[in-house]
Ligand binder design. Sequence first.
Ligand SMILES: [Zn+2]
Ligand SMILES: [Zn+2]
Length: 347
Amino acid sequence: MRAIVYTGPKSVKVAEVPDPRIEAPDDALVRVTLSAICGTDLHLVSGRFAGVQPGTVLGHEFVGEVLEAGPAVQRFRPGDRVMGSDFTACGRCRWCERGDHWECERRAVFGAGGAFGTALGGAQAELLRVPLADTTLAPVPTGCSDDAAIFIGDNLAAGWVAVERGALVPGESVAILGGGSIGQLTALSAQAAGAGMIVVVEPNAERRAFAQAHGSIAVTPHEAPALVKRLTGGDGADLVVDCVGGNAALKAALGLVRRRGRVVSTGMHGESSFDFPAGRGFNDELTLTFALGDSIRLRSRLVALIKGRVLDPSVVIDRRVGLQGVPEAYADFAAQKVLKVVIDPQD
Ligand SMILES: [Zn+2]
Ligand SMILES: [Zn+2]
């Protein structure tokens, strides 16, 4: 089959690779009808992850059709239209039963090499082997397009989890660092959950314009502290969501939050430590939480929001390519010329 493979730092190509096949009784084989490029993919191809070897098939966001189901798969049959979670989980262990699927010992992330543990094939490919299919996959219901469903497996789950973990109360002010796909979907999730004012903090002018056009106030990082203060009567935002990651973004997020406010970080962090202002944290009773979108836990709610037309995540798609167009799309995405690229791997 044809797939997108990592070839070295900041480099990917279309390659012919062996077809995946059913390897365990609870596997399904999926024909991918829609995939996507994610900000995480840019981290993975940066060359900074030792676990990502040349030849790794990339991609963890997908919608498709079941081609073949292993004998132990109960919920799916060939021909079923399915959406993925970006990682696998067993659905049975104590972590899964608590709804903490990311902690499942059988977790593996699609298309990430060994960056997050066990390596698994990627979804920027014609075919994908899906382990633990009964838990990892979900049916795509009528009333939910492929363009919307692809976000449930990752970006929308990441946006929604910030609202959930941040315990957003209707009417509260929200500041969001980062206007990429996840930042924009965090803003739409906050709107759906009844936020009052939403401020998206983003250096890229086109991404600011997108946020403005979709109901948020957009501002540059430089202007953000003064604007958020002014708009909140000098207090700071009730909830700040860091969708960028790294210590600088965490520091900026703490600079925007009010006393007794909450900061939720959904961006990626790799640093071993952070210089946390503990005195202020104590005096102001701050809450700082890190959160990962758990599509498996959240997807039934996300489907309901999409079917009910409360939010439409597909608005962030601004490029659609076949596999041949993917290497150029990676470069344009890295240069922030596009917000969200979706891929038709059969094209
Ligand atoms: Zn992703
Ligand atoms: Zn489990």
